[in-house]
Every structure is written in C-alpha cells, then in structure tokens.
Design a protein around this ligand. Structure first.
Ligand SMILES: [Fe+2]
Length: 219
C-alpha cells in the first residue's frame, strides 16, 4: 500500500533545524496566498478598467501580473526547498485569508489605481512582517522577500503616480476601503471630483487594519 502523503518532509535546508525551516515555510504559505490573490486581483482590474485611460492602465497591469506570478513561483519553490508542500489551490487562499475580495468592478483607470494602491499596501505590510521573521533564522528567505518587496513597492509607486498631486498628496489618503479609494478619485461628467470616501468596512485593507490593531494590542 502506498504511504500517506504528508505536508512536511523529513528535511529542511542545511543550517536550520527542521522545526525552524518548516515554521518559516508555513509563514511563506501566507505570502503565497497573498501573491496569488494579488495577481488575480490585478488581472480583474485589467479586465474591468474603462474610460479614457483604458489602454494605458490595461497595458500597465500585465507586466505587474507577470512579475507577481514569478514571485508566486519563487515563494512556492522556496517552501518546497525547505521541505514543506506548497498549497497553490484556490481553496487555500479563501480558507486562510484575512481579507475580502477586491470590491471594485467596472471603473475608470484612476479609480482602479486608487483602490489597487490599498491592495498593494496590505500585501507589502504583511511581506515586511515576514521579512522580520525570516531575518531571525534564514537570510536566504529574507533576501528573497526583500527583493519582492522592492518590486512591489515600485509597482505601488506606478499606481500612486496617477493619483498624486504636484504637492505630493495622494487623492485616496482618507480612504480605508478599496471602494472608498475609488470614490475619492471619481469624477462627474464634467471631470469634476465627486469625492466620497464612504464605504462599508469590508475591504482587504480594512481587514488588514483590524488585524494590525489586534496585533498591536497583543504586543
Ligand atoms: Fe489581457
């Protein structure tokens, strides 16, 4: 009879205890979920952008998606290298994520970019937390995550450049939800800002904020 498949192998990378290696790989599973979610969300925006900036935003997103897919592969293969089976299935993302789906559908380029800015913030903040954990036991994983954050922050700057004033203010700075961020840059037919950041607190960033506050209380 075939032996039962297990999530964890009997080994990890040299120089780490198996417990250390597997625990860090478990942290990477969360980063795998977040990056998989991010590449799907970026594709969703690529398909749902409308308006005069359609082509520039539509085409700007694809190279970001390709890079993020590369990060997904890198994280999954690092987990396998560390002796833990990566779970790349959709159910794993839904079961363990702390955020809701991106809640902007058909919208203009700047509306999606203002909302995606918040999505990037959530992923980057959690990646930085994982860097802290990795730095305690494994500089190789730490180095991988640092390289990824560098890329993610560059892409976030691309988004922010579209919603930044000449004085350096971000139009979505008062928004705590993706819908609120989109509304903060929405314009009427004459091109005038309609400004409304009100939205239900259900987005990815709002959830991330909630969990941040909980974590801060625990410290
Ligand atoms: Fe496409």
């Amino acid at each position: 009879m075939a032996k039962k498949s297990t999530k964890n192998a009997s080994y990890t990378v040299p120089g780490l205890t198996t417990t250390e290696g597997h625990a860090l790989a478990d942290t990477l599973q969360q980063r795998l979920n977040a990056l998989n979610d991010l590449q799907l969300t970026l594709k969703h925006a690529h398909w749902n952008v409308v308006g005069p900036n359609f082509i520039s935003v539509h085409e700007m997103l694809d190279p970001q998606i390709e890079t993020v897919r590369g990060f997904v592969d890198e994280v999954a293969e690092r987990m396998a290298t560390m002796g833990v089976s990566p779970n790349g299935l959709p159910g794993a993302i839904v079961a363990s994520r702390k955020w809701d789906d991106y809640d902007v559908m058909r919208a203009t380029g700047v509306e999606h970019l203002a909302a995606l800015d918040l999505v990037y913030s959530g992923v980057i903040k959690d990646h930085r937390k994982a860097i802290e954990k990795a730095g305690k036991v494994d500089p190789i994983t730490e180095d991988m995550l640092i390289g990824q954050v560098k890329g993610l922050e560059l892409f976030q700057w691309f988004m922010r450049s579209h919603i930044e004033s000449v004085s350096g203010q971000l139009e979505n700075s008062n928004a705590s939800t993706e819908k609120g961020a989109a509304n903060s840059v929405a314009t009427d037919k004459s091109g005038k800002l309609t400004k409304s950041t009100k939205s239900t607190k259900s987005s990815k960033s709002a959830k991330a904020e909630k969990s941040d506050k909980k974590a801060d209380k625990k410290k």
